[in-house]
Design a protein around this ligand. Structure first.
Ligand code: PHE
Length: 341
């Protein structure tokens, strides 16, 4: 029995040293120490021993058991350590590899131009307003002195929502003049940028959706000279000092007198070229002194107060600001185009 025990110890210890992994170790534990294991089998035979031999063999068996247990524990620990090392190696992170920079976007060129313009107006004490794109015809037309039957109200030009033509996609930001007169105390000094919609065919200078920025000033003693001075300051702020402008007589139902303002062509310097269609000038905005009837309809006494208003086309403004030749580029959102700004 002594030899058998020694042999179990030797075999077990040898097997444990060669074992790989937790599963194999568990197999060996069952084989040697389990209920049906080799050591247990020997212990079962102890009954046949003499009273003298029994305690000796008992002690030896215990010794073998603890030797195997100890070696098993060591082997388990070693296996765990190895497994951890392998895991760490597999998951190793090389912090010296250069990272991938996420590409940051930037503002759309039209909004760059708009923000520059807002800054100029804010610097002059204007408030920036926003208003509805779905508008009542009362604000878009009636209270801007554009009565029933005016060509601007034509179904062929305007996106109406209702058969009775009371609700529409606004065709201009000028309705914001009326909103401002309703909501603001006098004096008024506001600008209001936003989208407008017209049934226009798409070409290099037209789109059924475009942007305007409306302006309105109402106070005592406001004149056309203030309008010219303010617009020239804004245009020089955007396009550089000494930029030449031209104020041409025009007609709008809600201003009297009215004008359109052109800026000298950046491409040819006024001689006439493809960009300005031979004119030497590029139209930027409509403007004028607020019509007395418009003031009256909003409860303002035209004998006491006067005012002026303007409406810039933002796409044209950005096109001139960044030398963009085709309005469609502004809406197509091709990153190769947008990246340049
Ligand atoms: N609303 C006009 C347009 O869309 C522009 C304008 C605004 C003209 C304010 C005069 C005053 O053409």
């Amino acid at each position: 029995m002594r030899e058998k025990l020694q042999k179990i110890r030797e075999e077990a210890l040898c097997a444990l040293t060669g074992a790989k992994g937790a599963a194999e170790l568990e197999e060996l534990r069952v084989k040697y120490l389990g209920k049906k294991g080799e050591l247990t089998a020997i212990l079962k035979q102890m009954g046949g021993l003499s009273a003298e031999e029994r305690p000796k063999m008992g002690a030896l068996a215990n010794e073998v058991r603890s030797a195997i247990e100890e070696s098993l524990a060591e082997a388990k620990e070693a296996a765990q350590r190895l497994a951890l090392e392998a895991k760490l190696e597999a998951e190793a992170l090389d912090v010296t590899i250069p990272g991938e920079k996420p590409e940051l976007g930037h503002k759309h060129p039209m909004y760059i131009a708009l923000d520059e313009m807002k800054d100029i107006f804010i610097g002059m004490g204007f408030e920036v307003l926003e208003g509805p794109e779905i508008e009542e015809s009362v604000y878009n037309f009636d209270r801007l002195n554009t009565d029933e039957g005016h060509p601007a109200r034509d179904w062929g030009d305007t996106f109406y929502f209702t058969e009775d033509s009371t609700l529409l996609l606004r065709t201009q930001t000028s309705g914001m003049q009326v909103h401002a007169m309703e909501t603001h105390e006098l004096p008024i000094r506001i600008v209001a940028p936003g989208r407008v919609f017209r049934k226009d065919e798409v070409d290099a200078t037209h789109s059924p959706m475009f942007h305007q920025i409306e302006g309105l000033v109402i106070d005592k003693g406001v004149t056309m000279a203030d309008l010219k001075g303010t617009l020239n300051t804004v245009i020089e702020g955007l396009y550089g000092k000494g930029t030449k402008t031209r104020f041409r007589p025009h007609h709008f139902p809600f201003t009297e007198p009215s004008c359109e303002v052109d800026v000298q062509c950046h491409e040819c310097g006024g001689v006439g070229c493809r960009v300005c269609k031979g004119e030497g000038w590029i139209e930027l905005l409509g403007a004028g002194m607020v019509h007395p009837k418009v003031l009256k309809m909003s409860g303002i006494d035209p004998e006491v107060y006067s005012g002026w208003a303007f409406g810039f086309g933002l796409e044209r403004l950005a096109m001139r600001r960044f030398n963009i030749s085709d309005m469609r580029l502004i809406f197509e959102n091709d990153v190769r185009f947008l990246k340049q700004f």
